[in-house]
Design a protein around this ligand. Sequence first.
Ligand code: GLN
Length: 485
Amino acid sequence: MHEATIAHLSEKLRDHKISSKELTTHFLARISRLDAKLNSFITITEREALAQAEVADARLKKGDTTPLTGIPIAHKDIFCTEGVKTSCGSLMLDNFISPYDATVTARLKSAGAVMLGKTNMDEFAMGSSNETSYYGLVRNPWNYEKVPGGSSGGSAAAVAARLASGATGTDTGGSIRQPAALTGITGLKPTYGRISRYGMVAFASSLDQAGTLTKTAEDAALMLQAMAGFDERDSTALQETVPDYLKAINGPWQKINIGIPSNFFDDGLDEENAELVRKAVTVFEKLGASIKEIHLENLHLSVPTYYVVASAEASSNLSRFDGVRFGHRAKEAKDLTELYMKTRGEGFGPEVKRRILTGTYVLSAGYYDAYYLQAQKVRQLISQDFARAFDDVDIIVGPTTPTPAFNIGQKTEDPIQMYLNDIYTIGANLAGLPALSIPCGFVENLPVGLQLIGPHLGEEVLLKAGHYYQKETDWHKQVPPVHED
Ligand code: GLN
């Protein structure tokens, strides 16, 4: 049951071949048997899940369904969930029970999806390896000595280990695509604004975007369908109507033009990774795509630009955690200033503090022009590079990450090395574009991801390309040898 896709399970549920209760019980049992070492969940909501499964079964009986009715999924612990702890991977929110649902969780709930629990993540979504969580690191199901990627590492590990049918994630600089690539699953970061940010703990508001971690592009389409669309509670949510993604991906293949950025294949890219990406491109050629080499002029500036902009926004967003209104509060502070200092000193981990310090520095009066303003200008140039490229091509294809999963602890001492891991993913965030990572092979038993970047609101073409690729290949069907703990 756990190896089946959402699309497949959905059919079985609607044909009454299985019940949501059976399915939910099965996944809960897998989580309790297999997650102790993986550590992909922070909270398991067994009671709520079984209650939701019962409601879903009643809907299935009446025929009042969506493709997600009765499907057990997991939510990254960055999404507010009414009555359930929402920690964002931080001691700061360890005691925070959200009084309301995020739009993402509310929409999936009303579609009938069952929430199994909340997944582990880098603290406040800052990281590329899921080693900064207050709740401990997450392991890669393909090799327990390796990282699963981050920051949505818990969601990725849970889906890869078949502990949930699908999961939500967020992607500010690659946090859906990178862990999807390192764990051998499909990760979709939609266009900025396609999904509401309401109730999603803010990291860098101009970059943050919710998305999906699933086995296939088809499953991503099913989840996106339920999550996307305007929301008056998020002023940056797009007003555009939501297309029928399933219909789009199942339409006949149309000849597309694919751009391959030459500078995605620079020195930083592992040779074996590069080889698998090139091979994946030939699959599209066989489908009749034409391939063109392109050059994204300012791509090499994306990492420094991102770490200036994201840290600046984070330093501002995280100022709300002051120990006064909610979350952690330091004991025995003698005045308000000491309360702030102690609360924030205790509540945040080292990576979060590093971002706040960097962000405050680049926004300070003396350095604003030199760093923040400059970064905004370069961001514009990077967006223009993509816009020019999309005048000629329908999608851009390249690697998701420079290497397969690295060792636990390998990059924690050197933040710059960790940040460089995001080199291929960050561009899409800076430009607000949709991007998809799909599995395209293995290097020494570790999965490698292929990244597809689309134009503004190009989710249909991306998902369709991913779906057709997955019809031709079976990399996405490989399952890690998850051990009993
Ligand atoms: N690795 C990036 C960072 O640490 C991206 C994080 C994300 O997308 N949430 O900021």
